[in-house]
Write a protein that binds this ligand. Structure first.
Ligand code: ADP
Ligand code: MG
Length: 545
């Protein structure tokens, strides 16, 4: 929806279309390859715990600029530290969420747990953060890419009032810019490519950051496809991705810190896990690499039934002690069908187990906190180094509060005036909760002034397009070429307490790609497809890579 006729197109990895016979054959092979390598999910429409469907995937990797990819990778440890500092700033979390928790019951419930834990003191001071910073390339950066800035329908205030002739002139100029972008990245305003100029953070996840397995698995499928198509030489442009190992090793490092050989790692799971491969492969990796460490899977309901605290506040499930809790559930209201599940969450928070995330990390990942952090004066509080401040400051797109005060009300008016520029977000995770563009005014008008403060407003990011084949279970064969946009996620692991960080590293990546017409691209939610980056350089020769 953030795409229009003038959206630039990134050059593809190989020349398309493929001949129909070749396409049919390689797609059929790739589907089997995906199922047989665990790039799969349980069917939602035809659920059975005994079978899997392949997860939707893009046949060949989508292009992503190497420079921007490397920038994102390099920045991750700084983002890890930022989030660690935010999570440990009681005053900041409390003030930032003060208005939100008055109206958002779910965040208020999380906050109550936080408040109670604060009152009694943290039993476990160490936290395990396994974060994923999600980002999209931005193709409309006014200061860097003036040629593309004037895209028709871009929602610029001036565009609305521009007369017809002026609009025509702009359209002609834009069309020229687009052609340039497709065939030959132009040097514009110091920015080497006009298909993108930078990337912007979509959100930061601090709980249940998925795709540690499916990220690397996507590369495996697409490498297979490229080899089958006779393009083995392209594989060198697909960056290595050790996300599964990086994340699981994080859990094991936390387990080591806990230092009790008999204690286990507990995965908190939903009643039904559709995205089962992305959890089981973590478990299997730990069991195969560290056979002395046991992994349990339990729902919040089961922890409520079987969990208790031992003498030293250790978390016991029956007689089994838990060293590390990895939450793959607990991030949305549906995961807490009764007070029992909230009690279980509180029990775990007060225990000695190391939590991923602990409650303060969970709260640090709310959209409201992201919105507050986007203000430079706030960022200063958490980052000392001016260069780092500058680098992190640049990744935020416009984020606006809708609190019931002067600034919030001005932002509300702005959203009503130019809704096509924005996305409206509540304090929720897991996809499907946001309101986009022209739907925003109705949604906002239905809320009271106070209710609005549970939401934030964000500038829409306009990623460039890529073109390729999206392969979905049950869809017509052969697949058709479609316009798509991608979202890159960079994983980070950070372990420490309020005073010290003991581990901090970047832990691989994942790429999700959706149809350019879709608002959201959750793969588990059924809208996106697995993908992996094919790194392109701005000084590459014209044509396909
Ligand atoms: P959730 O916590 O539900 O995953 P996100 O903030 O990640 O919420 O939004 C869900 C999806 O909506 C993203 O994966 C992305 O596809 C789209 N989206 C979110 N924010 C923006 C934005 N500012 N511009 C364009 N698309 C966005
Ligand atoms: Mg998201």
């Amino acid at each position: 929806m953030s795409v229009d006729d003038n959206t630039p197109v990134l050059r593809g990895c190989i020349k398309l279309p493929l001949a129909t016979d070749e396409l049919l054959e390689v797609t059929a092979k790739a589907k089997d390859y995906a199922i047989m390598h665990g790039a799969a999910m349980r069917s939602k429409t035809n659920f059975s715990p005994d079978s899997l469907n392949f997860a939707p995937f893009v046949l060949v990797p989508s292009s992503f600029p190497r420079k921007e990819f490397e920038k994102a990778i390099a920045l991750q440890p700084i983002i890890n530290r930022l989030m660690h500092n935010v999570a440990h700033d009681e005053e900041f979390i409390t003030t930032t969420l003060a208005e939100t928790i008055k109206v958002d019951e779910f965040t208020a419930n999380l906050f109550n747990i936080y408040r109670k834990v604060l009152a009694h003191g943290f039993t476990q001071r160490i936290s395990l953060g396994m974060l994923r910073s999600d980002l999209m390339l931005e193709s409309r950066c006014p200061e860097l890419s003036p040629l593309l800035d004037s895209s028709a329908g871009g929602g610029d205030d001036d565009d609305v009032d521009a007369d017809v002739e002026e609009q025509e002139q702009r359209r002609a100029k834009d069309a020229k810019a687009k052609t340039k972008t497709k065939a030959n990245p132009a040097k514009v305003g110091g920015c080497t490519s006009s298909a993108y100029c930078c990337w912007k953070q979509v959100e930061i996840n601090t709980i249940a950051s998925g795709f540690g397995h499916l990220g690397p698995a996507s590369k495996t499928i697409q490498s297979f496809v490229l080899r089958e198509l006779g393009h083995a030489e392209k594989l060198q442009r697909m960056p290595k991705n050790d996300a599964l190992a990086g994340l699981c090793d994080g859990m094991v490092k936390a387990w080591d810190i806990y230092a009790k050989p008999q204690a286990v790692i507990l995965f908190i799971i939903e009643e039904v896990s559709y995205n089962i491969c992305d959890q089981r492969f973590h478990e299997f990796y730990i069991r195969e690499t560290y056979p002395h460490i046991k992994v349990l899977r339990r729902t919040l309901t089961e922890v409520h039934r079987d969990g208790k605290l031992g003498q030293h506040k250790e978390l016991l499930l029956g007689s089994t002690e838990v060293a590390v809790i990895y939450f793959r559930a607990g991030y949305e209201p549906g995961h807490y069908p009764s007070q029992g599940e909230w009690d279980a969450r509180y029990l775990m928070e007060t225990s000695l187990a190391i939590k991923c995330p602990s409650i303060h990390y969970h709260l640090a990942g709310t959209k409201k906190v992201q919105q507050a952090l986007a203000q430079p004066s706030v960022l200063e509080r958490f980052i000392n180094d001016p260069e780092e401040m500058k680098a992190v400051g640049k990744i935020f797109t416009g984020l606006y509060s809708l609190d019931d005060n002067e600034a919030g009300n001005a932002n509300y008016e702005m959203a009503l005036r130019t809704p096509e520029k924005f996305v409206l977000k509540p304090q929720r995770e897991g996809g499907g909760n946001n309101v986009y563009g022209l739907d925003i005014p109705d949604a906002l008008k239905r809320m009271s002034r106070v209710e609005r403060s549970a939401w934030i407003l964000m500038d829409l990011i306009h990623p460039p397009l890529s073109q390729g084949y999206m392969v979905r279970p049950g869809s017509a064969m052969p697949p058709q070429i479609v316009d798509m946009v991608s979202e890159l996620g960079i994983f980070g692991v950070v372990i420490g307490d309020a005073e010290h960080i003991v581990h901090n590293y970047q832990a691989g990546h994942m790429l999700r790609t959706k149809l350019s017409t879709a608002n959201e691209g959750g793969v588990a939610a059924g809208l996106g497809a697995l993908d992996s980056p094919y790194l392109i350089d701005s000084d590459d020769e014209d044509g396909y890579y």
